[in-house]
Ligand binder design. Structure first.
Ligand code: ADP
Length: 459
């Protein structure tokens, strides 16, 4: 297995190089084959033509051969040797590049005398010190016709073609490699820039809200950079929330601990001389430690809800809501109005659903006057299940409706400051609603108060 990690640039380079090699080599091979085959066919055709003409001339002595030779204006481009053997004599003619026919038995003697090796069947022969020839032979009653057409010119022109093609291939390859290099560098530049940016941002850890500078093009890298930035922003916000959470939690815990320690010191220092301060201080310690306990429980709830993955199953939310409403009413100084459609089922988790309803009823109880009613309703609206808790309390200002779901957030009014709370209840509710695949919103009730509405998918 090849473990080497190739860069973008190397990959593009290799790809384009391969492409250039394949294209140039296949085009060259094609040209070579076409030209080679065409030339060979032409040569064969010419030779066969001459052979036919000879045969037709029916030569049986030297004068008739000379006559045929004069008559036949051979335009062969190839050197050709023709031998006609009759019973009486043998005559040889050679034709040169000039197209002239030279009758010379002595010049052709050497050729005829040379050893000939057949290649590819009988028709291609190699004649020592003369080269390759195409050979045809025909015989009729008393005459033998033999024709050798030289293949040297054809072979030479093919060799020349191969040389030219090789030069073209080398030039194309050289240019292709340079071009591939340029293209690869251009294509990979934005990616390299993004990687550099990322590394710099990672190194620069003091920056509170790090973001990357994103290249404008190409589009993919631009989108990747933006996606990175979104991820970074989400992570930054998450980190910030965690920081806030820890600092808020320690702040919230510090206050009751300081109060408890203050009262313990008071008892230690003055308890002997003023025993009357002891019961009051103990009450205070009791109250503050209870507040601490609640706060810690809430924090635990929240961290569990953060990580929890509950098992959702078919739950009859009508039954659950009815049950909580009836059990809750006796423990509060409010009249509860239940308006629950029967048999509404959702996919949820009954424990967390109960926890949500109780938390909302707790708040309605805390933030509205004792003599006002609280309405708990469950309705089937547009094939969704809507759970709402409505009170006639102090209501929530519009600009704080979203904020109340944040951890430790409490609406800052003189009323609510008197009411005990940690600001964690609704953030737990929001988490639990999410775990049950629901959505929560808060609306104004008329003439006063708030409506907490949760919407689930009906099954
Ligand atoms: P806590 O009640 O412990 O302060 P919550 O997270 O339950 O914390 O609520 C956050 C804030 O939202 C409360 O401090 C209060 O100001 C406001 N709030 C919640 N429920 C109601 C309600 N039913 N009516 C008016 N204000 C409310």
């Amino acid at each position: 297995m090849n473990d080497k990690q190739l860069t973008y640039q190397e990959l593009i380079n290799n790809g384009i190089k391969k492409l250039v090699i394949i294209i140039t080599l296949s085009i060259s091979a094609l040209i070579l084959i076409i030209v080679g085959v065409q030339q060979s066919l032409m040569t064969v055709h010419e030779a066969q033509g001459q052979m036919m003409s000879l045969n037709r001339a029916n030569i049986d002595d030297i004068p008739s051969f000379i006559h045929w030779n004069n008559q036949n204006n051979r335009h062969s481009k190839q050197n050709t040797v023709i031998r006609v053997k009759t019973n009486k004599s043998s005559i040889t003619a050679t034709s040169g590049r000039e197209g002239q026919v030279i009758m010379t038995s002595s010049a052709s003697k050497k050729f005829i005398a040379q050893k000939k090796f057949s290649i590819f069947g009988k028709n291609v022969v190699y004649v020592k010190s003369f080269g390759f020839f195409l050979f045809f032979s025909q015989k009729d009653s008393n005459t033998t016709y033999q024709i050798w057409v030289s293949l040297n010119r054809l072979i030479n022109s093919l060799i020349l073609l191969i040389i030219i093609i090789s030069i073209v291939v080398f030039i194309t390859l050289g240019f292709g490699t340079w071009w591939a290099h340029q293209l690869a560098a251009k294509l990979s530049a934005p990616t390299i820039q993004l990687v550099k940016e990322t590394k710099n941002t990672t190194k620069n850890s003091e920056v509170d809200q790090p973001t990357l500078e994103v290249p404008q093009s190409p589009q993919e890298i631009h989108e990747l950079g933006n996606a990175f930035n979104e991820l970074l922003t989400a992570q930054n916000q998450r980190l910030q929330r965690e920081k806030d959470f820890v600092s808020n939690a320690s702040h919230e815990l510090r206050t009751p601990i300081a109060a408890v320690r203050g009262n313990i010191n008071l008892i230690k220092r003055h308890g002997d001389k003023h025993p009357e301060v002891i019961p009051e201080s103990l009450d205070f310690i009791d109250e503050e430690s209870l507040r601490m306990q609640n706060l810690i429980e809430n924090l635990l709830h929240l961290s569990r809800a953060d990580r929890a993955k509950v098992i959702l199953q078919d739950e009859n939310l009508s039954e659950i809501t009815e049950q909580i409403g009836q059990h809750y009413e006796p423990s509060i100084p409010h009249k509860m109005i239940l308006d629950i459609d029967p048999n509404l089922h959702i996919s949820g988790n009954s424990d967390t659903l109960k926890q949500i309803i109780v938390a909302l009823l707790d708040n309605a109880n805390k933030y509205s006057d004792d003599n006002t009613p609280i309405n708990l309703s469950l309705k089937d609206i547009n094939n969704k299940v809507e759970l709402s808790v409505t009170d006639l309390g102090m209501g929530i200002p519009d600009d704080q409706k979203k904020l109340i779901f944040q951890r430790f957030y409490r609406v800052d009014t003189s009323h609510s400051n008197e009411i005990k709370g940690s600001g964690l209840g609704l953030s737990i509710v929001a988490q639990l609603v999410k775990l049950n695949n629901g959505t929560i919103e808060v609306l104004d009730n008329h003439p006063r108060g708030s409506i907490f509405k949760i919407i689930f998918d009906k099954i």
